[in-house]
Design a protein around this ligand. Sequence first.
Ligand SMILES: *Cc1c(COP(=O)(O)O)cnc(C)c1O
Length: 382
Amino acid sequence: MKSKKNIPFAKTHIPPGTLGEIGKVFRSGWIATGPKTAEFETAFCNVIGNRHGVAVSSCTAALHLAYSTLNIKPGDEVIVPSFTFCSTINMLIHIGAIPVFCDIDENTLCLNPSEIIKIITAKTKAIVVVHFAGMPALMDEINSIAKKHNLKVIEDAAHAFLTKYKDKYVGSGNNLTCFSFYATKNLTTAEGGMVVTNSTNLAENIRILSRHGMTKQAWSRYETNGSWKYDVIAPGYKYNFTDIQAAIGLKQLEHAEVSRNIRLKLVNHYFSELSDNPRLLLPTKPTEKGSEHAWHLFTIRLTSKSQINRDDLIFKLKEKGVGTSVHFIPNHLQSYYKNTSPNRYHLPVTESVYQNILSLPLYEDLKSSDITYIAKIINQLV
Ligand SMILES: *Cc1c(COP(=O)(O)O)cnc(C)c1O
């Protein structure tokens, strides 16, 4: 029997006043990259606590620019989790680098530092860290390995807006950090992303590359005091952000603290409904002092004691009107990477986590009663 309940997996919350801000941009006569974009970059950096932010069209674009600007070259090996969204890795292929998949840590579901050490070679150039679900990765360990072996670190912070690692927000340190403002992420501009850095040079480089490789004067070429002249100093990309997106983003930023508190409340509700179930594994919380989870995703994992497998649970929840998702199908199991990997990968933790993991609905407009309903079904079935 089909249920009337409809709890989608994701739903975007648009704070009141957003339409008014978008209207102002329309009426200003300029809707592409301009003053609102600059305002959003500054406001975002002020929240995160870093010097420079370059807003771009997506986190995928941000990663591409970060890899390029750090001079990762064809043939360079880059250590990256297989347990991430495909674009983290696809962008390495576009610059000719070789992704080397690394297993994750059972607790954080982020890169396992002791596995990183095992796969470093003379060709290794960089490590890409993904803060899975908003959980901070073991950054002290990873940064110190990188330092010892002279490797660059890039942080994929698509899930990690307002994740804290030891009292500091992810994105406030020395590593190039890439955020996503995709529709389902904790802060959205519909589509969009940002590279955050403390390096003026890198920021400048990324900005130039994101706008066709044209020199600075070109960005203001349509302003009354701008010049028509510009120079192309690199074959760049068209990855720029728009003032329309910036207007959406500025409202989201204003609302970020409220949004974070609502997510926290919902997560606590999930914990209180599900933590007595011995057949489930709930997400671990950061244990370091001053670290905080951003709760982009709330994932549960089935265990050997569970009465149902993951795929059947997804199906049953769907029948009862509950949308779920799986983050992530490991990339080393995807056709392209399977077919192009010189040696077949075996990543035991990644593979076993993937078999049993499931992401539950988590967004501002989710009702407490929805969580009670979802948890009841899960407790019955598992
Ligand atoms: C969403 C996501 C991306 C890509 O973000 P876009 O802004 O959609 O390009 C990259 N990495 C991870 C881990 C993601 O979840």
